[in-house]
Design a protein around this ligand. Structure first.
Ligand SMILES: Nc1ncnc2c1ncn2[C@@H]1O[C@H](COP(=O)(O)OP(=O)(O)O)[C@@H](O)[C@H]1O
Ligand SMILES: [Mg+2]
Length: 257
């Protein structure tokens, strides 16, 4: 069931790793302008689902439609070029490049070539790329350290750098994988404010999070995975009192990851 406002729809997405069903028959949609949380205990299949959506892992079965097109089986950079921006659970900042260059690599990717080719042909210098990169850095509050080597930034700031790199592609959908992992409570609260601000500015966001609090306080809709299956999809209030969700969360040990 899709309409013109649907930016992402996944249908029957399934991924097996040997005998393990990491993601099992998940169907869901995201509309333009939504801020949707995807939560679930460790091992629920969040990262795998995220990799299926972004093209990093091919599905065993099922389809991914993005911006009106079937993107199942496309390469990650092809999907990125169509307007899907992402960050990684484990940071993938280029440590020896400047903050600015880290971001412009992302912006170049959105102008129609593989980011790797862009990286090696020095094509990051066009005016449009430069303007978008500055805008993204300003948005995340890193414009004043644009000339720094990325390795010199704190862990928290490198997370914003990754978000800036995704934003520089002017994504139609921004997917964040556990952006609060490794942040302290203050930093997590700041990140929640930042994500809400992005959403208020019109960015469509899918927030993949282990941290229930961040999702419940920020998202208008929450999708819950457990053991690879979608067990709930509704407002934070609905999801929080759903017996299946309570059982999934109480039934596993809550580690800080
Ligand atoms: N590349 C892989 N090969 C084998 N098993 C995997 C692989 N990636 C994930 N898994 C398994 O799939 C399940 C879901 O993992 P994951 O998607 O990382 O969960 P989450 O992100 O919710 O913690 C886990 O049991 C995990 O061990
Ligand atoms: Mg994960």
């Amino acid at each position: 069931m899709t309409d013109a406002n649907t930016i992402l729809s996944i249908d029957g997405l399934t991924r097996r790793f040997g005998g393990l069903l990491a993601v099992s028959d998940v169907t869901a949609t995201i509309k333009q302008g939504e801020l949707v949380g995807l939560i679930g205990p460790n091992g629920a299949g969040k990262t795998t689902l995220f990799n299926l959506i972004t093209g990093f892992t091919p599905p065993s079965s099922g389809t991914v439609r993005f911006a009106g097109r079937d993107v199942t089986g496309l390469k990650p950079w092809q999907i990125a070029r169509m307007g899907m921006g992402r960050t990684f659970q484990n940071l993938r900042v280029f440590p020896n490049m400047t903050v600015f260059d880290n971001v412009s690599v992302g912006a170049v990717g959105s102008f129609g070539q593989s980011p790797w080719r862009a990286l090696f042909n020095g094509g990051a210098q066009s005016r449009a790329v430069s303007a978008r990169s500055w805008e993204a850095l300003e948005r995340v509050g890193l414009a004043d350290v644009a000339g720094e080597i990325a390795a010199n930034l704190s862990y928290g700031k490198r997370k914003y750098l990754e978000i800036a790199r995704a934003l520089a592609t002017a994504p139609r959908l921004l997917i964040l994988d556990e952006p609060a992992a490794g942040l302290n409570d203050t930093e997590t609260a700041e990140l929640a404010d930042f994500i809400r601000r992005l959403h208020a500015e019109g960015v469509t966001v899918l927030l993949v999070e282990h941290d229930m609090g961040l999702v419940m306080n920020s998202c208008s809709r929450v999708i819950v995975l457990a053991s690879g299956r979608k067990i709930a999809d509704g407002t934070p209030e609905q999801v929080q009192r759903d017996p299946a969700v309570l059982e999934a969360y109480l039934g596993v040990e809550d580690d800080a990851a």
